[in-house]
Structure formats: C-alpha cells, structure tokens
Design a protein around this ligand. Structure first.
Ligand SMILES: Cc1ncc(COP(=O)(O)O)c(C=O)c1O
Length: 430
C-alpha cells in the first residue's frame, strides 16, 4: 500500500479515522476449538483435575517440542522460575541479575529464597538485558542471570553465556514472551542452563494458568522437582533426595492443574502453524511502515536466524527526536483516536520498572527493620532513579502495537496507516 498521510487531519484533531469498523477475531487469543473443549471435558468427567497423568503427557510433548531431556510443569511461570533458580543454587544472601523492565515474575520471587534481584541495563533496540552491562553488577554473591526474551525479542545469548561461564553463573532463560522463537537458529529456552516460562492464557503458548521449566541437566531437574513437587521426590534418583519423599524442600505445592495440562497439549499441537501465521502478519505490518520517521520495528534483522516466536505483547520503538519531541503518551492517544472502535488500543511504555519501585527499595517483607533489598545483603543494593539511565528512558521509547493472529493484509494495512498517519504529522500533536 502506498498511502501517504502527510497533510491529512489526525482523528484526534477531528479528522476522519484511519480504521473503519471492528477487526473481528484478529486479536482473539487463545484460539479455542472443539478439540480444546473435548480435552477439558475428558479430565473434568474423569474426576482427574488434581491427578498427574495428563501433565506427564504434556511434559513429554514439551520435551519433544524443545528437544530437551527434562520438562517440569508448574502451576505458574513465577513458580517455574523460582524453582529453576533454587535448583541452580540460589540461596540466602545471593544475588540474581536480570532486567528492570519486565513482569515482576522474572525475578522478584527470589526474595522468598532469601536472595535479591540486581538490575543491569537493557538494550534500547531489543528491550532485553544488555550483556555489555552485566559484568559491573557481578559480585561474589551473584549466582545466576535471568535473561528475559522481552516481548518476543531474543536476548543476545552468545555474549551473555560467555560472561556467565567466565564467572561461574547459571543462566535461566525466561521464555514467557517468546515460545518457539529462535536465537541464531536455536530454540529459545534451550541455550541457558534452564528455560522457564509462563504459559498463562494471555501468552502466545497458552494453557490457562501454568508454566514449566526445561533443562538437559538432570541434577537441576531433580532439585526443581524436589522443591515444589512433593509427590515426585520418591522417584528421584541422582540427588540423594529420595529420603525426603512426601515433603517438598521449598514448602510449596507447584503441581499444574490438569485442565491447564489438557488445554496446553492441544494448544501445543497447533502452535507452530499459528506462529507461522502470526509472524507473517506481524512482519507484514512492519514492512508497511519501513522508513516512516519516529517509529521503528521491535524485531531482529531478517537474515539473523533469530525470530520473535509468537510475538507476545508486541511492541514498537519510538524515537521522540524525530517526532518534534512529542511524548510517546501523546503519540499513543493520537493512534488510539485513529483506531477507536477497532478492538485495538495502544499504550505507552511496557511493564513498570522494577529497580525504582518501592517494593524493591523500601518495603520490609520479612520484618528485618529495613528494606528487604538491604536486609538480604552485606551492602546496599538499592538502585535509585538515575542508576540505570538507558532502562529509565525506555518507557518513553516504546508502545504497544496490534498483535495480529491472522495474515489479512487488507486489515493490517489499515492499522499500519493509523501509525503512519500519526507519525507523519507530529505538528498536529503539540
Ligand atoms: C516475562 C514474564 N516472566 C514471568 C511471568 C510470570 O508468569 P505467571 O504469570 O505464569 O506466574 C510473566 C507473566 O505472566 C512474564 O510476562
């Protein structure tokens, strides 16, 4: 489409909207068919919601999909990441490096291991952890790094793994946003010591509420199983843990609900085909916006061997310098005026920053008489505003874009036109 929107009135200024009508099922997710319904009914009617047989089958399916030795399903992604970190050796007083702009479930749960998160800078183009900023945050107490493939973009794993190996750190990949995505041809989740992720129903691989971890390392797998799966401990072989049978080490019960396992099995079967269509639709959207000032795609280069997986929580990058310094929130208001009634609304920024949040800097979770972030360490680990300038600029440099589930160029063209029209007319936004 070769629409040029220069000189047209923006909808926020009373002009006509770029979009006509509602996009129907373009954004509906997950796609639920009779197969999902039958799988759920089977578990329900058999009275097997709290059993483990379907979950074991789901784990086998996932192990085959990822080509990995072990998979352990959990009731949430938060739990899977916590168990993975404990299994990697994170203990009281330890530090875990991750990124600040992410869902808190990437690292906040290390508090309950007696450990504390430490945040390194993020890369503005990927919105992932910047490997070049990790080393300055490593201390004798650092045990692990959580790399988040944020909004589907693969973290630059080669330099990150090199740093981790050099310092003897374990790497947990948080794949919650990027199931099926590739880093230089390798499936995300299979590069670090453990992959762990959420597959709650908003995610591109969706089961309801749930998560899982995957690893080739039998010791990590067995420790994670012992941490939150009391019914599995008796069957563990290599860790000398079987005498603990019946009592989970973490004091948690992390078993996946079998209605979720049943849905997950069906969703996984159709997943790759759906991802192919999503990728085609999303790449088409960005191709239409090539060269438009002020906005940039959030996706790896086409010839890099890296992909966005299911493109969960899809983002665009914003360059205010090319937009007369119009704030991203104003840009989003104008896009929303173009899209009103279409079923899509953008919003500025992404997840709230963790490192400046009072929960990390002020709150005393365990009654130590001081903020937990300090209580768990021998030094003040708080990271005040100004400590991560690149990360702190990112909420002003990104926004949500439509997450298309179907390749329908005529519909996608209209959304691209909404973004193009606003980006080409910053003078109407002041
Ligand atoms: C990046 C990321 N990590 C971890 C989680 C935690 O997963 P859950 O909500 O299943 O506990 C989520 C979100 O749900 C997430 O988006």
């Amino acid at each position: 489409m070769s629409v040029t929107s220069h000189g047209t009135s923006l909808a926020i200024r009373g002009g006509s909207r770029a979009l006509a009508g509602n996009a129907g099922d373009m954004f509906t997710w997950p796609i639920v068919t009779e197969e999902d319904e039958q799988a759920v009914l089977e578990v329900l009617r058999r009275g097997a919601m709290s059993a483990t047989d379907v979950t074991h089958k789901f784990e086998a399916d996932l192990a085959e999909y990822f080509g990995t030795r072990h998979v352990l399903c959990h009731n949430t992604g938060t739990a899977a990441i916590q168990a993975a970190l404990w299994a990697c050796g994170v203990r009281r007083g330890d530090e875990v490096i991750s990124q600040s702009m992410t869902y808190w479930g990437s690292s906040l749960q290390v508090y309950s291991l007696g450990a504390t998160p430490v945040f390194a800078e993020m890369e503005p183009h990927s919105l992932c952890l910047d490997p070049a900023d990790i080393e300055r945050h490593i201390s004798p107490r650092t045990r692990a790094i959580v790399s988040v493939h944020y909004s589907g973009y693969p973290t630059d794993m080669d330099p990150l793994m090199e740093i981790a190996r050099k310092h003897g750190l374990k790497v947990v990949e948080d794949v919650s946003h990027a199931q099926g995505g590739l880093y230089k041809g390798r499936l995300l989740g299979t590069i670090g010591d453990v992959g762990a992720m959420s597959i709650m129903s908003g995610k591109s691989l969706a089961c309801g509420e749930g998560g899982f971890l995957l690893t080739d390392d039998t010791e990590i797998f067995e420790r994670a199983a012992a941490f939150g799966h009391y019914e599995r401990i008796g069957g563990l072989e290599t860790q000398g843990l079987s005498h603990l049978a019946g009592m989970p080490i973490g004091g948690y019960k992390y078993r996946m609900h079998q209605l979720s396992s049943a849905v997950g099995r069906v969703q996984l079967r159709g997943y790759d085909a759906r991802v192919v269509e999503i990728q085609k639709a999303m790449n088409y959207f960005w191709d239409q916006l090539e060269g438009v000032p002020g906005i940039r795609p959030h996706r790896p280069a086409k010839d890099s061997g890296s992909t966005m997986g299911g493109w969960y929580a899809a983002k665009g990058l914003y360059v205010p310098e090319e937009m007369d310094n119009v704030p991203v929130a104003r840009f989003c208001d104008a896009v929303n005026a173009e899209c009103e009634g279409s079923g899509f609304q953008t919003r500025p920024g992404a997840n709230i920053l963790m490192h400046t949040h009072p929960m990390l800097n002020e709150y005393d979770v365990f009654g130590d008489g001081k903020p937990t972030r300090i209580a768990f360490s021998d030094r003040d680990l708080r990271q005040p505003e100004g400590s991560l300038p690149v990360t702190e600029s990112l909420p002003g440099r990104c926004y949500g874009i439509p997450w298309f589930k179907h390749y329908r160029p005529a519909v996608i063209d209209q959304y691209a036109e909404a973004f193009r029209k606003v980006a080409q007319n910053p003078d109407q936004l002041s």
